[in-house]
Structure formats: structure tokens, C-alpha cells
Design a protein around this ligand. Structure first.
Ligand code: C2E
Ligand code: CA
Ligand code: CA
Ligand code: CA
Length: 277
């Protein structure tokens, strides 16, 4: 028993060391990544079910790590948040997404809005309203073409600082969406408080929509509530025709998922758009 206790202790120490090494490695790498421009945005089309047109794109960050190759956000966003680097990374994301959207406009692509994921830390540590304004001015993108995807947990941070920033953004004309809707624990009171434009139904409800009656009921309830409150609803993670059919019948407004396209590089996205004209 003594022996196994020692082994357990060693296991934990090694794991701790490996974890903190991993952490430091990523944290340091992220700083480098900003300086060396190793980040890239990929864009996933959002399709209107009413018109069948692509009406927007969600910008999703990728990291080309010089040794480890392409890193998905799941591998580094949390560390970026914990180190505070997400403020600078997030600022790059917003400016790059606005710049790209403006470039597509100039190139004559049909009108698109661009959705950007933002973390709570960006509101807490930075002045997101000012930074968004700066990005819009710098790139010339109209504010209503930019949508910020917020999570429910972010809106739980019921601080005046956050409310003031969201108010300023709304007054500018920036659109606000709730990401992963239905997975948070917050009450729905924030829907009224924050002047939200759109709910994004989490893919965990979409995945089994045709097999799990509870998921189907949740999606139906979200769509009905959203429409009662005059909000648009987009479903994410739409992977096949059966899911699409179900969402269409439920009255969902827009969809996004592998059925239409995975997230694409900027060049591939433009080609995708042209192929649909
Ligand atoms: P999310 O905002 O919920 O983004 C949706 C994720 O689902 C993306 O993963 C997307 O590639 C993936 N996806 C899209 N269509 C499908 C589908 O049909 N089926 C399935 N199974 N998955 C699909 P990704 O790109 O790995 O991003 C993961 C998460 O990382 C995002 O979840 C978001 O929370 C975060 N993230 C990504 N980019 C940024 C960013 O610029 N800033 C911040 N703060 N977070 C980001
Ligand atoms: Ca999102
Ligand atoms: Ca999601
Ligand atoms: Ca998410």
C-alpha cells in the first residue's frame, strides 16, 4: 500500500509538472504567435433558410504552430484567457475579421455579416467597446455588419462595466448573438437586459434532434421563445439533410454546419461564395 501511495504521488507530481510545462509552453508560444503572425481566421458560412443565401460567416481562429502544426482553439483559448493574452489575440481577431469582411465587400461579394467570438476577459480587462470602434474605423466596415458572439456565462457577469460596453456597442449598431444557447445556467432575464439580436442554438441539441425527443422539444421551445421576443435563431452543427429538414420545419431562421461547409480559409471562402452565385 505504501508503495502504491508513493507511485500515486509520483504520478501526480509528474502530471503536475507536465501540465505546467504544457501550460508555459503554450503561454509563451501564444506571445510568439502574436508577434510572428502565426494566427489565421477561418470562416464558416451561415445560410438563411428563407432565401438559401449565405448571409454571413463565423470567424474561427487557427494557430499555425511552427513545430506542432495547426492548433485548434480548444487547445489554446483557455490558456489565452487565463494569461490575459486573449485581449490582444481577440483584438487581432476583431480587426482581421472586419478587414476581411470589408475586402470581400470591395471585391463585390454579396453582403455578408461577420460573426466574431469574444471572451468575458475581453470585456473585463480591455475596453471592448473602444477596441471594436477602433477596428470598425480602421477597416471601414459598417457596424451592423459585425456580430459579436457572447456566451451566457459572460452575461452572468452582471457588472455595470459590461452593461455599459454592450450598450455602447448596440448604439453603434453592432449585432449581438448568444452562442451555445441553452447550455448555460443563467436565467433568461438577460435577453431583455442586453438587447440581443440572435440566439445560436448549441450543436449539442442539434446533433440528436431526430432521435432524442427532448432535444427536439428544447429546439422547438428556443425557436418559439426567440420569435416571440423578436430574435432570430441560428442552429450550429448542422451535419446532414435530416437535421436540416427538422430545423426548417421547426422554423429556425438560419443554419451553419458541415452540411454546407466546414470553416474555410479566406481564399477558399471567397471561392465557395463565387461557386454559389
Ligand atoms: P463555437 O463558437 O461554438 O464554434 C463552433 C465549433 O464547431 C467550431 O469549432 C466549428 O469548427 C465547429 N463546427 C462547425 N460546424 C460543425 C458541424 O457541423 N459539426 C461539428 N461537430 N462541429 C462543427 P472550432 O473552430 O474548433 O472552435 C471551437 C471553439 O473555440 C468555438 O466554439 C469558440 O468557443 C472558440 N473560438 C474559436 N475562435 C475563437 C476566437 O477567435 N475567440 C474566442 N474567444 N474563442 C474562439
Ligand atoms: Ca461561436
Ligand atoms: Ca457552439
Ligand atoms: Ca463555444
Amino acid at each position: 500500500a505504501k508503495e502504491s501511495g508513493r507511485n500515486t504521488a509520483r504520478f501526480f507530481t509528474e502530471k503536475l509538472n507536465n501540465d505546467s510545462l504544457y501550460y508555459l509552453n503554450i503561454a509563451y508560444g501564444l506571445r510568439e504567435a502574436l508577434a510572428q503572425q502565426q494566427f489565421e481566421l477561418h470562416y464558416q458560412p451561415q445560410i438563411s433558410l428563407r432565401t438559401g443565401q449565405v448571409i454571413g460567416a463565423e470567424a474561427l481562429i487557427r494557430w499555425h504552430h511552427p513545430q506542432n502544426g495547426m492548433q485548434s482553439p480548444a487547445q489554446f483559448i483557455t490558456i489565452a484567457e487565463q494569461t490575459g493574452l486573449i485581449v490582444e489575440i481577440g483584438q487581432w481577431v476583431i480587426e482581421e475579421a472586419c478587414r476581411q469582411a470589408r475586402e470581400w465587400q470591395k471585391a463585390g461579394l454579396p453582403p455578408l455579416s461577420i460573426a466574431v467570438n469574444v471572451s468575458a476577459v475581453q470585456f473585463r480587462r480591455g475596453n471592448l467597446d473602444k477596441l471594436v470602434m477602433k477596428a470598425l474605423e480602421k477597416t471601414g466596415l459598417e457596424p451592423h455588419r459585425l456580430e459579436l458572439e457572447l456566451t451566457e456565462s459572460l452575461l452572468l457577469e452582471d457588472i455595470d462595466h459590461l452593461i455599459a460596453q454592450l450598450d455602447t456597442l448596440k448604439k453603434l449598431g453592432v449585432q449581438l448573438a448568444i452562442d451555445d444557447f441553452g447550455t448555460g445556467y443563467s436565467s433568461l432575464a438577460y435577453l431583455k437586459k442586453f438587447n440581443i439580436d440572435r440566439l445560436k442554438i448549441d450543436q449539442s441539441f442539434v446533433r440528436d434532434i431526430n432521435n432524442d425527443p427532448n432535444d427536439a422539444a428544447i429546439v422547438r421551445a428556443i425557436v418559439q421563445m426567440a420569435h416571440t421576443l423578436n430574435l432570430a435563431v441560428i442552429a450550429e452543427g448542422v451535419e446532414d439533410e435530416a437535421m436540416l429538414k427538422h430545423l426548417r420545419e421547426t422554423g429556425c431562421d438560419e443554419v451553419q454546419g458541415y452540411l454546407f461547409s466546414k470553416p474555410l480559409s479566406a481564399t477558399a471562402f471567397a471561392t465557395f461564395m463565387q461557386s454559389r452565385l
